[in-house]
Design a protein around this ligand. Sequence first.
Ligand code: F6R
Length: 632
Amino acid sequence: MSMVDTFEKIPVKKFNSIQEGSCFIAGKIAALIKEKEKSGQFCVLGLATGSSPKTLYSELVRMHKEEGLSFRNVIAFNLDEYYPIEANALQSYKRFMRQQLFKKVDIDPSNCYIPDGGWDRENIKSKCSEFEQLIENCGGVDLQILGIGNNGHIGFNEPGSSLFSKTRLVPLDNSTRLANSHEFQNISKVPRLAITMGISTILKAKKIYLMAWGQHKAPVLQKAVEGHMSELVPASLLQHHPDCTFITDELAASELTRFKSPWLTGECEWTPQIIRKAVINLALKLGKPILSLTNADYNDNGLSDLLVEKGDAYEINLQVFYMMRDSITGWPGGKPKHKSVERSEPFPKRSLIFSPHPDDDIISMGGTFMRLHDQGHEVHVAYQTSGNIAVTDEFVTRFLDFAVGFEQLKGIDNNTSSKALREATQFLNNKKDSDADTQDIRDIKGLIRRCEAKATCHYVGLKDENIHFQNLPFYETGTIEKKPMSEEDIRITMELLQKVKPHQVYCAGDLADPHGTHKVCLDIVFESIHRLKSNREDWVNDCWVWLYKGAWQEWDISEIEMAIPMSPDQVMKKRYGIFIHQSQKDMVPFQGSDNREFWQRAEHRNANTANLYAQLGLTKFAAMEAFVRWNF
Ligand code: F6R
């Protein structure tokens, strides 16, 4: 190692998976609980909600059930709660904690403290001071768990929160309301206020673990860990704390300098991939085409080591330029008699596109989808889940009104009108925010999305027999919370793969969607292919798997292995294909922290990829879709 091997001002421990990172923290918590128990003391834990700690809580529950870890000597203080909110509303953090942890272990419920979303507005200040006092009376928090918001918040301390802030009522940042809108029906239902422990409250904890999982947390994690301490990035204030560690997976750590640009923090092994990454970063940073980079550019920007090892800048430039040039092809299924990214033989191919939700195919690879079909390949699409939770009640009401109106038009009176129709209408008319949908409503929502997906396939030109609705059971819980992948999910997927025997499979390698659905869908395809391979199904060895990114992000330009250019007309055709998904337009229920509609995100992203290629000195196309090959 050379003099610097990290720019991190808070220690970061990176794990291979969320499971491994969560087990690490669970082990630390268990050890602390036992140590305190031995000396007859209470162990005071500070707990968080949200998606980040879920695996940690299920590991603690497992330790309780299988290893006898007891929580009798635990006192728990939760960071925050929406305000106002009913204690048993689906979205309340009180309910979350009960379901994820408290009711599954032997903690004394009277030792569980959570700011109360039902506190009287006039009393909130005094209730908050009492909450602070209570923590003090219990001897302070021994170990605090934190997540991190995309805007850097910890607890609900939004950007701008003072270092000296205490437990208090705060307005929620709009980006937080958007990010959390997936827990509610839509953004307008997300409370505008919350009660949260302050930054100073959090910093008083004796030990802190902050968890960050997934690509979407990578930029803010980098700012918090490597940036200046600033109240504008509340998590960066943890740099003040003497015993705080960030626990991450590979994706969340990917923007840290030691991973993103390892040549800047010490010695690095110059693989073709790293060379490509370094040269592309350099070209983009200097705003120069790859072939114009000089030895001086390399030397002035920390890449002299690469010159020493690989020789002249021009040779290195050429190597990277050719890699980029060779990734561009208008023939995603291969071009007959031509060398291209994909094999030229067999032609035509059988291509199977896995689409986690009913619109990911068209949003993420609509141009490629159309090209594959237009170039004569046998294209199949498998819609992995029903996507039913992403349809608003208002949208269903419109369909129900239509069905009822149609019956009236045909003179069918109220008594003979379908019972299911009447019940569904009645349910929606009386539905409260905290009510979960009935099976009928879920079915209607799924059907709406299914019809939209089918219409898109017809628009592209697919026949009905090539459209497969898998309805994977892991998804069908009716809530945001999904089940883990099951044998049934794998069986259904293996069966389809065996039936189609594709030469090419496309799946969403997007690990950053907010509900984790894409990740489970990907795991199911990977597991199915692995099993088919070990069953020695010959065709699997000739099957290439291409990963596209879902609606939320794009591959890093230096990772792209196949880039499919699109003409302006194809961009428009793709846009109209996305428009067919009317239930997802205008009021997207689960939009995450990005308020652009899906078609806009797709267009910006595809144009951006094309612009990056052009900036690097390659041909300028209107748009490009990008893929990475999975080598299994
Ligand atoms: C939750 C909390 C928040 C979350 C943060 C990240 O109690 O205090 O700061 O930790 O919003 O949320 P997830 O984990 O859902 O990404």
